[in-house]
Design a protein around this ligand. Structure first.
Ligand code: MBD
Ligand code: FE
Length: 252
């Protein structure tokens, strides 16, 4: 970000918030409870959760607007860089010997906007376990459980075995939960797989994929569902499922 851009944004944010305080006649006590929420957010180790729930989707929409290729979606607060490279193919996300949850084969292709296969694109996947918990965020889960990286093949195809995550309930006992409580909102996101794609030709893309017919698709607390991101899911070996999704990325 250039200094000019920072100045434009910060000055307009300041103007917008000052006007907001005047319009609503926000009192000093109300102002202080707002700063207290932000401080509590950091102290509770919720990181960017509050911002990601309320605002991140709007920022990804800025990036999506007028851009070719697959739709991007929010990263959320639980991405960790440096996930292990998986051995394979066949690829299997790191999991416990008796990992609970319905088996899922996630597969698809990565192509350019015009359908040319893109070979060797890096996929970096992470998602919640069957209890709706993320490794290294929630306690008692092996370090890189359900997180891993691999590359699609020479034809742009990929396939990885994992388990299907359930709808995700964001931490509700901390400050973000208290804000949602005050608004009378629920704490749920629809079940989702997080994915980042990397390739020298287009850099890095971050998205999320959802399950058709899943709960909370229409009421995601983070408002991050985009219809293009709902996968094509079939029962294969009941209850195991395959989830197919093709990703298109522009050459830039
Ligand atoms: C998540 O997994 C997530 O994707 C978001 C947006 C917020 C909290 C947890
Ligand atoms: Fe998530």
């Amino acid at each position: 970000m250039t200094n000019d851009r920072v100045r434009t944004l910060v000055e307009d944010l300041e103007r917008t918030l000052v006007e907001f305080i005047r319009t609503h006649r926000v009192t000093h006590a109300e102002y202080r409870s707002a700063t207290d929420v932000l401080v509590a957010e950091v102290q509770a180790g919720e990181g960017s959760l509050l911002f990601d729930v309320f605002l991140e989707a709007a920022a990804t929409d800025t990036d999506n607007h007028g851009r070719p290729g697959s739709v991007e979606a929010i990263e959320g607060p639980f991405y960790l860089p440096g996930a292990p490279w998986l051995d394979g193919p066949p690829y299997v996300l790191p999991q416990r010997p008796e990992e609970p949850g319905m088996p899922l084969v996630f597969h698809g292709t990565v192509t350019t906007e015009t359908g040319e296969p893109l070979a060797g694109v890096e996929l970096d996947l992470w998602h919640a376990d069957a209890n709706g918990q993320y490794s290294q965020i929630h306690p008692g889960i092996p370090e890189w459980n359900l997180r891993g990286r691999f590359r699609c093949d020479g034809h742009g195809r990929f396939e990885v075995r994992t388990i299907a995550p359930p709808p995700y309930e964001i931490p509700k006992d901390g400050p973000t939960g208290r804000v949602l409580d005050a608004l009378g909102r629920h704490y749920f996101r629809p079940a989702h797989l997080h994915v980042k794609l990397r390739h020298p030709r287009f850099g890095e893309r971050t998205s999320q994929l959802y399950f058709p017919g899943g709960e909370y698709l229409d009421s995601d607390v983070a408002n991050a569902v985009r219809r293009e991101l709902v996968m094509d899911v079939h029962v294969v070996d009941d209850p195991a499922r395959t989830a197919r999704h093709d990703l298109k990325e522009p050459f830039v």
